[in-house]
Design a binder for this molecule. Sequence first.
Ligand code: G4P
Length: 525
Amino acid sequence: MANTKEINRRRTFGIVSHPDAGKTTLTEKLLLFGGAIQEAGAVKSNKIKKSATSDWMDIERQRGISVATSVMAFEYNNHKINILDTPGHQDFAEDTFRTLTAVDSVIIVIDAAKGVEPQTKKLMQVCRMRKTPVIVFVNKMDRPSKDTFDLLDEIEDQLEIGVKPLSWPINNGPDFKGVYNIYNENLILFNANENIRDNNSIEFTDITDSELEKYIGEDAEQLREDLELIEGVYPKFEIETYRAASVAPVFFGSALNNFGVKELLDCFVDIAPSPLPIETEERIVEAEEDNFSGFVFKIHANMDPNHRDRIAFVKVCSGKFKRNTNYLHVRHGKMMKFSSPTAFMASKKSIIDEAYPGDIVGLHDTGNFKIGDSLTEGEKLHFKGLPSFSPELFKYIENANPMKSKQLAKGIEQLMDEGVAQLFTGRASSRKIIGTVGALQFEVIQYRLLHEYGASCRYEGIKLYKTVWIKSENKEKLKEFIDRKYQQMAFDKEGRDVFLADSPYSLQIAQEKFPEIEFYFTSEF
Ligand code: G4P
């Protein structure tokens, strides 16, 4: 067993939210607390603008910057915190899901007035699938908000997880007075101030003390009642149920006003898990094992078409990663060493000599890696839990310049390796179908094929609801299904059978008629 101390102090997590709930603002405040940035606005200015005029060119322009914000690491109270960025606006894509495969926990930001929104629900599905522990931060309490109990019911209902408030808001909107911190049992009064680093709070421990009225007036009685009710309604906080992903602790605050953020961070470093054991096809890998292992969860292409190099982001899972050391690229079966692995401290990139489980290392790549690849000290490990998710938007992709078909094929292959989108090939027609999560991805692919590979493509519409991976122990039935649905069958990039369901109805009929066939919405089953 090795590196225990380093492993225990690491917290690798992602912040997820629906656009506009306050993810960027919260990230920024966390970085301020960690001393990783000096002023507000540093992260925000990097953010892809979300105005109506925003287009894929913004994404192109921002790609260089977003390498730097892909991982934001900082030290806080002797913990090494790694925040993995989960792109959320027009850049919402498969990439966002993938990043969640590399985190050990998640903070979900919810807008107090809007409640649970669609993108949050989608991302939560991934967390649930992977049993990732989540903490919820209800943001914008300085604005008129939904009733707190209703909001908690909504979170429970919509995110399908138990909740346990660890702080409790005193009123909201213009009358927002602060929160009672249930975790630490003290009162923190709201003092709107965007610029201070530490929040300007007054600590108040004994809630029954009539002094309370002095601070929050007639809200005091309501607070006492609420706290009593909470005790009756919600179970006592237990770290085990949080770590098992069955209960989400909930905090309330206002990221913009720097309020409630420190309480969130302090509790987070206390309870969030350090790097967890990870399943591989062969065995479970423990972070504390001596030998290094890691997997690629994200690939970032260089913007410069003259240097088609990329950065592969590797999550260290066990042992210690060392610079200039030979490691086995398991899929290629060849040894590789890396002379300039990079780490990301806030927005600064620097070359590192070593990295521990939970850390993310950026490796310079000339096309050797694809998502899911593993690196080890020699053992042939294949990490699980990196599935492709059924995309939501589909188009046929056609070659628009017959002289460049090779370039097009290569470009498509490399972009798919990067995880930009997914490719399916029709069994009967051999036509290629691109599936994406975000609409803008089609334009990004077209642009990048042209500028990076000199290939032109055009799209044609296809009526498709979902791509569904199929499997069956019953080989005869599987063959019968494929024969019957031949026109609706395709292969994914790895050659697996995929059923192209054109509507929820046709999927339902197929499921009913072929009970022997198993249908999957992700590629890993
Ligand atoms: P996102 O990354 O989840 O998309 O959200 P972001 O942090 O960009 O926040 C979205 C908007 O909500 C921003 O305003 C931000 O200032 C505001 N906001 C964030 N936290 C709070 C809060 O606690 N209270 C209030 N009242 N507002 C909050 P914007 O006008 O869209 O952007 P900007 O002009 O401030 O950059």
